[in-house]
Structure formats: structure tokens, C-alpha cells
Design a protein around this ligand. Structure first.
Ligand code: HPA
Ligand code: MG
Length: 225
């Protein structure tokens, strides 16, 4: 039984990347030359993101696949994960004997300046979400830190009375004092470091990097505002 429980836990926390893991050397992968010197290492290569996303899509379909789904993509950091996740959900739906209607809606949140979370959280494109009433909602986020952003968003979405709300987060940071609300579907649990790539930015840079990488100190200086 203990073994089964451990496996269930692992499924909910995602692939765990430990604090002492040094990451992959950048020399082992290709990445845009304009970012040379701006990164310390690769912590999740693009191919691994894709493989993990495929499995998350299956878990999501197992849980939500018998109802209409409204995907709420949290911009901008969630766009790549959302696009790839939706592709995989579509593929699974195509190959099953009943396909499910899926809507994709975009909302925009912004709370980071440089590598710091700011207090004022803006939600754009979420003014009228009344079409969520009675629907299964899947919120798709690129990264969850303290969970404060997610908590605010969940409160906002709940007010529109959806039938069910699930959250998929590609990355969850191991932060102290993090709130209880963690995503239902987690790609990777990562150290509390600032990461970029796969649509995650530092002041709008690095969205054009495929791998998830740790930004270097000189990279932070170079793109600081
Ligand atoms: N990288 C990019 N955006 C973020 C991060 C991060 O580590 N944490 C919260 N937003
Ligand atoms: Mg950002």
C-alpha cells in the first residue's frame, strides 16, 4: 500500500528537480546565440517538457474528458505550455471514441518586474467570464511560485460558477510559505530560482528559448529595467 501511496504523491507533485542538481551544461544543447553568457544551465530540456506534457494531457483527459472543457490560458508565460498541452489533448480526443468540445480563452496576468513579484496583480481579459458557468475549467499556467497569483485568479474564476476548476502548472517552485493551493497537474517541481525559456520571461526576454534554463547573474544585469 505504501508503495501505491508514494506513487500517487509523485503524480501530484510532478517530476522533482532537487536543489543540489546542477542542471545540464549549455554546451550539450543548442540555444539562440544571442543568449550566450546570459544563462547558467538547462534545467528542463525542451524534449522532456514535451514528453511530460503528453502524460499530463492523458491525466487531464482521464479526469475531465467526459465533459466540455474551457481552457483558460494564463498569458504570457503559459502560452507555449498551453499550446502544446491543447495539441496533445486534441490528439487524445481524436483517438478516443468520443471527442470533447474544447474552448480556449486567454487571460493576462502581470506581477513580475525583473525577478521580483510585485504587489499589484492585474487580470486582463477576465472581465466577463460568464460563459464559464456550468463548465469544466482548466486553468493553464507556466509557473506557480508562492501561489498568490493562482489564489487570486481562482477566486476570480469561482465567482462565475463553473462546474469544476482544475489547474495545470508546468512548473511549481519549492518556495517557503507557499499557499496551500498547488496545481492539480504539475509538470515539474523546481528549486526556488529564477528560470526562463519556453515562454517564461525576464522582462520580456528569453521567451524565444526552447529549454527551461537558469538565468545567469550577468543575464539579469543585461536585461534589467
Ligand atoms: N521565471 C519567469 N517568470 C516567473 C518566475 C520565474 O522563475 N517566477 C514567477 N514568474
Ligand atoms: Mg513574466
Amino acid at each position: 500500500m505504501a508503495e501505491v501511496d508514494a506513487r500517487a504523491d509523485r503524480r501530484s507533485e510532478g517530476i522533482v528537480i532537487n536543489d543540489d542538481w546542477p542542471g545540464y551544461s549549455l554546451d550539450l544543447f543548442s540555444y539562440p546565440a544571442h543568449y550566450s553568457g546570459d544563462l547558467d544551465c538547462v534545467i528542463v530540456p525542451h524534449g522532456v517538457i514535451m514528453d511530460r506534457t503528453e502524460r499530463l494531457a492523458r491525466n487531464i483527459m482521464d479526469d475531465l474528458g467526459d465533459h466540455d472543457i474551457v481552457v483558460l490560458c494564463v498569458l504570457k508565460g503559459g502560452y507555449q505550455f498551453c499550446a502544446d498541452l491543447v495539441e496533445r489533448i486534441k490528439a487524445l480526443s481524436r483517438n478516443s471514441n468520443h471527442t470533447i468540445p474544447m474552448r480556449v480563452h486567454f487571460i493576462r496576468l502581470r506581477s513580475y518586474l525583473n525577478d521580483q513579484s510585485t504587489e499589484d496583480l492585474h487580470i486582463l481579459g477576465a472581465e466577463d467570464l460568464s460563459f464559464l458557468a456550468g463548465k469544466n475549467v482548466l486553468i493553464v499556467e507556466g509557473i506557480v511560485g508562492t501561489g498568490k497569483t493562482m489564489e487570486t485568479l481562482l477566486e476570480h474564476v469561482k465567482a462565475f460558477k463553473p462546474k469544476m476548476i482544475k489547474v495545470a502548472g508546468l512548473l511549481v517552485k519549492r518556495v517557503q510559505h507557499s499557499l496551500a493551493s498547488v496545481p492539480d497537474y504539475v509538470g515539474f517541481e523546481i528549486p526556488n530560482r529564477f528560470v526562463v525559456g519556453y515562454a517564461l520571461d525576464y522582462n520580456e526576454y528569453f521567451r524565444d528559448l526552447n529549454h527551461i534554463c537558469i538565468i545567469s547573474e550577468s543575464g539579469k544585469k543585461k536585461y534589467k529595467v
